[in-house]
Ligand binder design. Sequence first.
Ligand code: ZN
Ligand code: ZN
Length: 303
Amino acid sequence: MRASENRMLPPPGDKHAYVELKPFETGQMVTSCATLVENALGTSMATSWRFLLKHSKTNTNFWFDMGISHDLSVYPPQIQNVHKHFKPKPSKTSIEQDTLSWNIPPSGIKHVIISHAHWDHLHPLPPTFTNASMIVGPGSTAHCAPGYPSKTDSKFDGRIWDSLLRSFTLRELPPVTETDAWKPLGPFPHTYDFFGDGSFYLINAPGHMLGNLAGLARVKTKAEKWKWVLLGGDCAHCSLYTYWPDAPFGKMPVELFPSGSLHECGETARETIHRIAECKRNEGSDLFVWYAHGDFLEGLWEL
Ligand SMILES: [Zn+2]
Ligand SMILES: [Zn+2]
């Protein structure tokens, strides 16, 4: 058997185990395409998608990523400096309004899963999310705490990362060395079966940032076909990498991004991109790959 057949995603087991999901645009950042892919021409007008999901079997409502806040003043001063570079336009709606637009009260949100701790993916949970906990990847808290204002030059918000300042529950996933929790799936060595029924996995996706996660959702199309959606967060910053995994990374100003690219560790980020590209080659049109800053969400028309 060829490697690609060995490393395919599993067929559906329980036909009631899937998720529904709805993407929301949150604000906009204008940046040169050359910051995403080396020597690319043109200008990228990226949003930062957030995804509202519902687990079919338990009716659990949850978010994957929060995107850019509708109120840019919530961010720490060091992030306001980064805003000078990206010139973000805030989201037109708040995460509460987006929740209500799917007829879910804010108190009906159980989890807010954060792909990673960069500012354009999270902000403190609104107080109306009274039953929600924030879920983050392994090692995130040690990396981000203490945040601002305890550490005045921190890019991370103490109202999220400092237990004394936080007004909601934060749950960090266990380290990937815990093999009871993290299991291989397809080309990914460490995945966490979030509901324990194969409907939604978190993928350990190292390279972009410490604790970086992707999501993998089993969905049903309008035509009642099973598909997968891989929520790629910032594993890559445009869909081109799914099909051209060796495309050279764009260049970023080193004063904002010490590695010189958008990834903390380019080499490890490249390995993760190769796994996503392999997954796409294996699954073909049964897998849609959606990055947080992708312009098109491939296959959305089928859902
Ligand atoms: Zn990021
Ligand atoms: Zn991002």
